[in-house]
Design a protein around this ligand. Sequence first.
Ligand code: EPU
Length: 430
Amino acid sequence: MDSFLVRGGRTLSGTVRVSGAKNSALKLLAASLLAEGSSTIRNMPAIADVPAMGALIAHLGATVRSDEDAYTVEVPADLGSEAPSALVSALRASVAVLGPVLARTGRAYVAQPGGDQIGKRGIDMHLAGLVGMGAEITYGPDYVEARADRLVGADLELPYASVGATENILMAAVLARGTTRIVNAAREPEIIDLADFLSGMGARITGAGSPQITIRGVDRLTPVDHVVVPDRIEAGSWVVAAALTGGDVKIDAAVPAHLRMPLSKLRALGVEFEEGDSHLVVHGPVSPTSPSRRLRAVDIVTLPYPGFPTDLQAQMLVLLTQAQGTSMLTENVHDARFRMVEELRRMGADISVEGHHALVRGPARLHGARVQATDLRAGASLVLAGLVAEGETEVLDAHHIDRGYADFAGKLRALGADVERATASAGAAA
Ligand code: EPU
């Protein structure tokens, strides 16, 4: 049994540094398979999902070495084609090997990906894209297999701007014969990071970050040396932590341009910032004695980028419990992302859920409780809730948080929070 223990009531202050983006780093490891030779990826976050993805690409034939935050991936001429269940079941991002492995070897077999239990999480658009490029797909309840001697460029229109489908198609198309156009492509900063990585390998890509990406296929790619984009979700989580507890927090290696919608919502709530090109300073507003500086309720709707990110929804839910008035938070991206509401209620939050809407009435006096991290973002958000709760909060299943936040407890402690990571031995847990 692993948990976070949080004693609430401390004001956070100081400087915190954001790590490389999880949702880019994992795809870049997959993308490194596209070029024979030795690629280096820097600013890799020290999170549990990175070695998990490393193990998967190692199984496919790569040699992965890490030296602090730099990963070197040595890719052989001949790659394996099979990603077995034991290596993919805990990791949604594992599906990202489908495109590159198919492009390199003509065949990719991937067991059904795992990851957070936050909804159905289909991969139909990934597969339709590959079929559009000439792949033959077979699948069963627990695997998908794609075959194509050489993929052929195609005009592909996504019914929804899926991050994973855009990435898989992009990674398959760079080695296809001819030109591929992805219409209604996802526009997330991590897509731009992947396109930059691939372009560094010699891929010919235009339009990444816009709704239409054009890829002119090449015969082979060469290794690259690349620095992972900062994690905008981690940065946003620190903004919420600062806003919740008051105090002044500087967030280094944050790109405010990647957080336009969340920052505008946070401003509407009453949070004040100073922005640099690669940092943010948050001036926490919460002051019980000064009504004019209280947080105000706002409505939030999650959408693909540049809309409000679903991965910051749970953190905002916690912040909204401290705002004056009733806020409505609508989740449009994943269909089971309000599972943590039950846990927040146990801490005293006043939230009701109707379908994909949550109504949050605040401000609520939160109190410590034993709560369950139901997924990565929910887990981190419950720790944030613990920062403003009276007494002690125990967040169980801390391993969810380790998947996506590097040294979460250590970074919080450095800002003055009273947080520790506790791991009970198997015997004690039994
Ligand atoms: N979807 C389908 N079919 C598809 C593709 C997507 O039905 O072929 C649906 C699924 O229900 C899915 C939703 O659309 O849940 C959104 O899918 P999308 O492809 O945009 O997201 P993803 O690639 O599955 C990535 C991140 C998520 C993040 C979303 C949206 C990784 C490994 N995961 O998921 O990150 O929420 O984009 O921004 O990159 C997290 O970090 O906590 C996390 C869950």
